[in-house]
Design a protein around this ligand. Sequence first.
Ligand code: PMT
Length: 351
Amino acid sequence: MEYFENNPRPASLDSHIALARAFIDQHAEQNRRVALVTSGGTTVPLENQTVRFIDNFSAGTRGATSAEYFLESGYAVIFLHRQFSLLPYARHYSHSTNCFLDYMAFSSSGGVVIDTEYQHQMGDVLAKYKKAKHDNTLLLLPFTTVNEYLWHLRDLAMLMQPLGPNSLFYLAAAVSDFFVPADRMVEHKIQSSEEFHSQQPNGNSGEPPAAHMEGKRLIIDLDPVPKFLKLLVDKWAPHSMIISFKLETDPSMLAEKSRYALKKYSHHLVIGNLLNTRKWEVLFVSAGGGEKWLRVPANRRTKSVSGSRPEDAGKDSEPAVEIESWIVPEIEKLHTQMIENGDPRELALFR
Ligand code: PMT
């Protein structure tokens, strides 16, 4: 594909692929299912020596939370995530409002301990984390830019091919639709002050770079990112179960756009969600025409939008539910159907 000829292979890719190869070999030998969970937003750098970049809202909550439930369901998980976004298990203690130090206290002898209030809940999380470490079922691979994301997705998908239908792609990352291609990127920081404008021309074309100053204005002219999902489904992972997410902000478009994505890419499942309600409702649109909403009732929702801790639930109501704890078991069932029936595209939702 032309994209990979024209945009540089990330420096981190070789070492990540070596780690992934050993991980996949281990789990193939143990006949374990492997899920590639993508998570967080991709950046679009405007300069090679990057000072400025375009980013998006994604915190990685969906991906990090889902990864935990895949592990609980017996999957090994390759967690391809935006560097510094939320991580499985650690996410419980890395909120914007709570510092991890808030969970700690001094013991009577002056040592540092976990505050009694949090011991029980932290013990549960720690036990799961330790198990994943012991069994080597969680591999963390970071990316930052959309270019790094695309290279990783392609190479990991090809590495996972020997797993056949035991492999699953859960594409929760918020991937940029537009980017600056390598041959239209300036090397150095774009100078905002007119006195220092040095129009850095572009390679052979002599055209201005994709991001450049015109007078006092910064002009950004982005190319479309190629639609990688088509390639994933048709070429990189033809025997895997593939689940994509569809994000919209306008409720009236969600179902239609989800169906459209499923038809266009011919994969297994699209999970539609809206920016403002994504923590408590999602729409499953499956191949074969099945559609179903999963909705967490109001009294069981986690309190904040940025954090999603079960312990945030209203104290006098039922315990809070993370919607991912419903999403992942449904997917596990669909994956079993796909493996057992050998018919990858006709899935009966919620049997
Ligand atoms: O991280 P959180 O804060 O918890 O938020 C979670 C989430 C809202 C980011 C997540 O649930 C979600 O919806 N992720 C997908 C967001 C997204 O990229 O949606 P989209 O509608 O732009 O893309 C739809 C599909 O097209 C995706 O499956 C994507 O894989 C695919 N795509 C996108 C870009 C591209 N260049 N090529 C593609 O094929």
